[in-house]
Design a protein around this ligand. Structure first.
Ligand SMILES: C[S@@+](CC[C@H](N)C(=O)[O-])C[C@H]1O[C@@H](n2cnc3c(N)ncnc32)[C@H](O)[C@@H]1O
Length: 257
């Protein structure tokens, strides 16, 4: 039953991929959504997140399938993406406990989220630290491309076996390229380095007034550059093909070797 259902889903997704009108509509819808700041409308377990619900669903699927014990995120803002990751790690511990009968104390669980942000606002920091999932979250303040911060992240990563990386901080090409050089190698084989806001490249320049990024200078252009010398990563197009609405077209990078 399940196999047949999944086969039909894949056929539907192939149909979406071949439907140019549907894809144009999705792009047009996304342009409108930027104008209305749609991606600011949501919360995860009480903390605002700046994502499309579609990408939140994709992350949920990735975490469930990869079962990471460390998720590294650049770009914290209000903390919603940290809480989403932490909640999925808590569910992995809970489902492990149900299957094995061995309950892990959340305070001693190996499964953690590391968040890095150049400017962790006090009200955000206190709300994240007061959250019931806080024991799974470690925050570091500093630029994600600062060598001291990168060294700290590498030291933390060295205690973990399966790592997922999400890049969502400054969206200029140079910054994301430096982040990819620093953090993508920490991604475990079979896991992903998710690079958000590649969509910037597909939108008109006027969409991002007062921002240093835009078409031609953004996370997608950084990925193009990075992949020239990094065959260990491949763009997993199957994710954007099923989402259609995503801030990360060509941004779901799978580590294949
Ligand atoms: C789009 S928000 C992150 C949203 C968050 N991941 C979420 O899903 O809710 C971008 C964040 O990147 C941070 N940022 C900007 N430049 C940075 C840098 N050089 N290093 C680390 N963080 C940076 C900003 O302070 C901001 O909080």
């Amino acid at each position: 039953m399940y196999k047949q259902f999944k086969k039909e889903c894949l056929e539907n997704i192939d149909g979406q991929s071949a439907d140019i009108e549907y894809q144009d509509l999705s792009r047009k819808w996304q342009l409108k959504s930027f104008q209305h700041k749609y991606m600011y409308n949501f919360e995860v377990l009480g903390r605002p997140i700046i994502q499309y619900p579609q990408d939140m669903t994709a992350i949920q699927e990735l975490i469930w399938n990869i079962r990471p014990d460390l998720i590294i995120e650049t770009g914290i803002a209000h903390g919603g993406s940290l809480i989403l990751s932490a909640s999925m790690l808590a569910l992995l511990d809970m489902t492990d406990a149900i299957e094995s009968g061995v309950v892990i104390d959340p305070g001693t669980s190996q499964r953690k989220v590391l968040g890095i942000d150049i400017d962790i606002r006090e009200h955000n920091r206190s709300a994240i630290e007061a959250h019931p999932l806080a024991s799974r979250i470690q925050m570091i303040q500093g630029s994600s491309i600062d060598f001291g911060i990168i060294d700290l992240a590498k030291e933390i990563a060295s205690d973990h076996q399966c790592i997922l990386v999400c890049l969502d901080s400054n969206h200029t090409k140079d910054h994301v390229l430096a982040e990819l050089e620093a953090y993508a190698p920490l991604t475990s084989i079979g896991s992903y380095c998710v690079v958000y806001d590649t969509i910037v490249d597909d939108m008109p320049a006027s969409t991002f007034p007062n921002r240093p990024w835009g078409p031609g200078d953004n996370p997608k252009t950084a990925i193009r550059e990075y992949l020239k010398n990094h065959p260990e990563f491949e763009i997993d197009k199957s994710i954007q093909q099923k989402l259609l609405i995503t801030s990360a077209p060509d941004g779901y990078l799978k580590r294949v070797k």
